[in-house]
Write a new protein. Sequence first.
Length: 65
Amino acid sequence: MKKNVGKIDMIIRIALGLIIGGLGIYFKCWLGLIGIILIATAFIGFCPAYTLFNCNTCKKEESKE
């Protein structure tokens, strides 16, 4: 699987994932589970939605890993 999530994108995904997850816990709302998806895609380095839109935030060196 070729990576398509760059380092800056990864940091943003982790931060937003923690915020959304925390808000989901605070408000006791299942929509906070979206935060888990953001964190998972950040650590995996691959976003399926990016393939649909032909988007890649990785530098060429990073995507070869």
